[in-house]
Design a protein around this ligand. Structure first.
Ligand code: ADP
Ligand code: MG
Length: 343
């Protein structure tokens, strides 16, 4: 069942339609990533859900109850929704403890104890309680922001690119930490990011935004392997796209014949191959391409090849580091699985 339901949610900023008639269902317990390029409306969408801004049109429901309908909405502090912003947005003049306890009753005799428990939950040392935000690291600040958001026992947690200010290694470990904490608490979560790796590793549900519109939503594997269009295909990873002619489900590509996911279908269309669907074998027998570039990427090598029998542009392929051919080599290609036809 959906915990959160959005119907035709719309927000304009002057001439810009930041969020354009978005319909979205977030199942209870889900970890959803909303992904899209900068300016696609991700932050605007989260702020509407949190109640920081009013919609122009549409409705938002949480657990069946209306949070907002058209321009009328429940105030943010009554929504039971936690929010962690990109920069944490801590109060600089308050201690770590008071930042975390900001939403808790000051007269509560158990307040200090609740703050200590929240700090333990997000992995902050008790010795930090009296420090100011500028006296802890960026990763610790984000833990404080998360603890503050958890303090009010939210039914839904909204994370707006909360790891983007952290360096790569820390970003990855924070992602796991946050994911574990929210998973253990069973809190439904929406993470907003422009980073496809982050989205695919965090989420069990994905929604892709472009120009304020929801382009496609579903399971990560479905969106990755069966994207609706070239934008989603390219946004979620390396994509090899060809305009092809299909005969009985088999497409003629510059790299040879490829079986598509439209059995028995004939006609024109756009075909997607993911690099990992292609096995590269060196050799002149049956060669279809020649290697013109090779770039080392750690566990794999990114090859640039040109087809031998077609005027097509260069194509990038990923191969395992141990089997990568050299520049100048001719290669045969094997296709694994079927290629997805877009649209
Ligand atoms: P994202 O978070 O995906 O980068 P935003 O939601 O911040 O995107 O912005 C979506 C669009 O709305 C952008 O074109 C942005 O310039 C515009 N926008 C966002 N907030 C405002 C605002 N307060 N006033 C005017 N335009 C805004
Ligand atoms: Mg944003």
């Amino acid at each position: 069942m959906a915990l959160l339901s959005l119907a035709k949610v719309t927000k304009r900023h002057g001439d810009v339609v930041a969020v354009n008639a978005v319909d979205l269902e977030v199942p209870a317990g889900a970890r959803m990533a909303v992904i899209g390029p900068s300016g696609s409306g991700k932050t605007s969408l989260l702020r509407l859900i949190a109640g920081f801004e009013a919609m122009d049109a549409g409705s938002i429901r949480l657990g069946g109850a209306l949070l907002g309908d058209g321009q009328v909405g429940l105030p943010a502090h009554k929504r039971q929704i936690g929010y962690v912003a990109q920069e944490g947005a801590l109060f600089p003049h308050l201690s770590i403890g008071d930042n975390i306890g900001f939403g808790l009753d000051r007269a509560d005799p158990d307040r200090a104890n609740k703050i200590a428990k929240l700090m333990a939950r997000v992995g902050l040392s008790p010795s930090m309680v009296d420090r100011r935000p500028h006296q802890v690291s960026g990763g610790q600040q984000q833990r404080v922001a998360l603890a503050r958001a958890l303090a009010r026992k939210p039914r839904l947690m909204l994370l707006d690119e909360p790891f983007s200010a952290l360096d790569a290694g820390l970003r990855e470990s924070m992602r796991h930490t946050v994911s574990d904490i929210l998973g253990a608490a069973g809190i439904t979560t929406i993470l907003v990011t422009h980073d496809q790796t982050e989205a695919l590793s965090f989420a069990d549900h994905l929604a892709v935004l472009r120009d304020g519109r929801l382009v496609q939503a579903g399971l990560p594997e479905d969106l990755y392997h069966r994207p609706k269009d070239a934008f989603v295909a390219q946004f979620l990873g390396e994509a090899i796209l060809f305009d092809v002619e299909m005969v009985e489900g088999v497409a003629q590509t510059p790299l040879g014949l490829v079986v598509t996911d439209r059995p028995k279908h004939s006609g024109r269309g756009q075909l997607l191959l993911r690099p990992e669907q292609i096995t590269v074998r060196p050799g002149r027998d049956g060669a279809v391409a020649r290697v013109i570039g090779r770039s080392f990427r750690g566990p794999y090598v990114r090859l640039t090849v040109v087809p031998l029998h077609s005027a097509t542009r260069e194509i990038a392929l990923m191969v395992s580091n141990s089997t990568a051919p050299a520049v100048g080599d001719h290669v045969r290609l094997e296709f694994n699985g079927t290629a997805h036809m877009l649209g």
